[in-house]
Design a protein around this ligand. Structure first.
Ligand SMILES: Nc1ncnc2c1ncn2[C@@H]1O[C@H](COP(=O)(O)OP(=O)(O)OP(=O)(O)O)[C@@H](O)[C@H]1O
Length: 272
């Protein structure tokens, strides 16, 4: 284990409905005759870090894109902060989008823009602020994610992989969202860089009251910072619960993922 396993766990198992900030119910998504998600349901609770796992190609990114309204679903309902996204007016949708921050897989920064300009992209899209104020706000975000001030003027090609992830996180936080969606945020990072990033996410959750939805293949992250884990398989959520629930599960994929050879080493390290 590369980091402190005692990082505060916020969401409790006894959370009631008022704690649910995102409710996706009976979601079916397909592309022509390929049904990727079928009658999938998942709730996300306020202030939790939810780890979302599943085999490669299972549909984790498709669900993320569907929740964000980027991929069309065939059926089901998605309520975010109680608002049914299908019934939202244009203004309500825009206000909602401002409360959601996204870090797409591979960071996806604009290569022709500096870090500061990248962080300002959502600000330009949603806010009408004088340039000086935007510069100050963007710089605050750069510092918030632990990047040095001089990184703000650099282009993505001048940054390390870990710095790119942090810059992308700064952009996801640009509008002070309530929920951040992270699509494999630690992929491509070495274990120390990944552990530092996890620690940063946990710290931001604690200090900003963020809710975090994290698609990940990183067992360290799942053990160290996730309050709850949901497993995607057979086109739906197979099981959701704490890491202890995952370790106790006899579902074959869950068992081999969490109690396979690699996982056992992490578990042993985590438990001293
Ligand atoms: N725009 C699209 N058009 C057609 N099929 C798609 C589209 N987007 C995704 N798919 C299909 O949906 C399935 C799930 O893909 P998805 O990217 O969500 O998997 P994933 O669980 O995120 O995988 P990974 O862990 O490898 O990132 C795949 O079969 C993929 O080919």
């Amino acid at each position: 284990m590369t980091q402190d396993a005692t990082i505060t766990r916020k969401a409790s198992d006894t959370a009631d409905d008022s704690d649910i900030v995102l409710a996706a119910h009976n979601i079916t998504v397909g592309f022509e005759d390929n049904i990727v998600l079928e009658n999938l349901s998942l709730d996300i609770r306020r202030g939790e870090i939810l780890g979302f796992v599943g085999a490669s190609g299972a549909g984790k990114s498709v669900l993320l894109r569907t929740v964000l309204g980027l991929t069309k679903k065939r059926s089901g309902t998605i309520k975010i902060f109680g608002l049914d996204v299908d019934k939202a007016s244009e203004v309500e949708r825009m206000r909602l989008d401002m409360r959601l921050g996204v870090l797409f897989q591979h960071g996806a920064l604009f290569s022709a823009l500096t870090v500061l300009e990248n962080v300002q992209v959502p600000m330009r899209e949603y806010l009408d602020l004088p340039k000086r104020l935007m510069d100050e706000l963007a710089l605050l975000k750069v510092e918030l994610v632990g990047l040095p001030r001089d990184a703000a003027q650099k282009f993505p090609s001048e940054l390390s992989g870990g710095m790119i992830k942090r810059a992308a996180l700064a952009r996801a936080l640009a509008l002070d969202p309530d929920i951040v969606f992270l699509d494999e945020p630690t992929s491509g990072l070495d274990p120390i860089g990944a552990a530092d990033f996890d620690e940063l996410v946990a710290k931001l959750r604690d200090t900003m009251g963020l809710t975090v939805y994290m698609v990940t293949h990183d067992l360290d992250s799942l053990f160290a910072v996730c309050d709850r884990i949901a497993v995607l398989g057979k086109k739906r959520v197979l099981i959701e619960g704490t890491i202890e629930d995952m370790l106790a599960s006899e579902e074959p994929w869950v068992k081999s993922y969490f109690r396979g050879k690699r996982a056992r080493q992490i578990d042993l390290a985590a438990r001293g």
